[in-house]
Design a protein around this ligand. Structure first.
Ligand code: NAD
Length: 259
């Protein structure tokens, strides 16, 4: 049910093989955008590409890791060669590894910062020269409510998500002279493959159903779905978002408004 909010805009979306990234890719295409998918999993990357192609949307797919700067740069050059510009970057690909500070290890810390922080930096660094030349750009960095609150068990993930908020504010200040805006979407609970921890869907556990739903700790009394968040990403990518930059839009069913 697209309204052509992104008509002819060229967008790169990372982590587009499943979860939020896949839904954002779908909605961007429905809104008229040309979408370039980046996804480390070649199978899910090809599946999203096929779905969009079969519907007749313009799509390019790149099964690479966001941590590979050389490959990322080659992707950006290819998109520019084929579609001449890059208007939107959605930094979305991230990983979460669970464990307290007593259990986790430095390797896990590094891995998460490499994907969740370095990967976002590499994306911005690769596209920004083209956005500067165009004097136009929209950067949307997907963070999390875990960027400013924690339920424990994922210190490195939280650090990366908080870091992304600070990074986005810096981008907002530095890139405003080039008509490039940078904002953050911070989802709360979201039912995606990432919400499965050790094979258990955290949005269906007894704790979730009694505390977050039953006692309305999430005031909307349900988990979120990628489709609850993707519209906010569309807004931030659209021309409606031309004077807002450096901001964090929280999409959590009210969770962080309670105490
Ligand atoms: N699911 C949640 O509850 C939740 C809550 C708040 C924020 N978020 C954030 O939303 C975003 C999307 O999460 P999701 O739930 O859709 O996750 P997901 O795990 O379902 O999907 C992430 C996608 O990114 C891909 N990916 C991982 N590492 C990559 C790499 N190095 N290079 C390229 N692709 C890579 C994965 O293969 C996967 O397809 C993430 O930034 C996440 O931190 C999720």
């Amino acid at each position: 049910m697209g309204r052509n909010l992104l008509k002819d805009q060229v967008a790169i979306i990372t982590g587009a093989g499943q979860g939020l990234g896949q839904v954002v890719a779908r909605e961007f295409a429905e809104e008229g955008a040309k979408v370039a998918l980046i996804e480390i999993n070649p199978q899910t990357c090809a599946e999203t590409e096929k779905e969009l192609k079969d519907k007749g949307y313009p799509v390019l797919a790149y099964p690479i890791s966001v941590t590979d700067m050389q490959a990322y740069r080659a992707v950006v050059e290819d998109v520019i060669q084929k579609w001449s510009r890059i208007d939107i970057l959605v930094n979305n690909a991230a990983i979460a590894i669970y464990g307290t500070i007593l259990e986790d290890n430095y390797g896990d810390w590094r891995k998460q910062l490499e994907v969740n922080l370095d990967g976002y930096y590499i994306g911005v660094k690769s596209v920004v020269p083209y956005m500067v030349k165009q004097n136009y750009g929209r950067i949307i960095n997907v963070s999390s409510i875990q960027g400013f609150a924690s339920s424990g068990m994922c210190g490195a993930y939280n650090a990366s998500k908080g870091g992304i908020i600070a990074f986005t504010k810096s981008l907002a200040v530095e890139l405003a002279p080039y008509n490039i805006v940078a904002n953050v979407v911070a989802p709360g609970f979201m039912h995606t493959p990432m919400s499965f921890i050790d094979g258990v869907d955290e949005t269906t556990t007894e704790e979730f159903l009694t505390w977050y739903v039953g006692k309305r700790k999430v005031p909307m009394a349900r988990t979120g779905y990628p489709e609850d968040v993707s519209g906010t990403v569309v807004f931030l990518a659209s021309d409606y978002c031309r004077y807002m930059t450096g901001q964090v839009l929280i999409v959590d069913g009210g969770l962080t408004s309670t105490f």
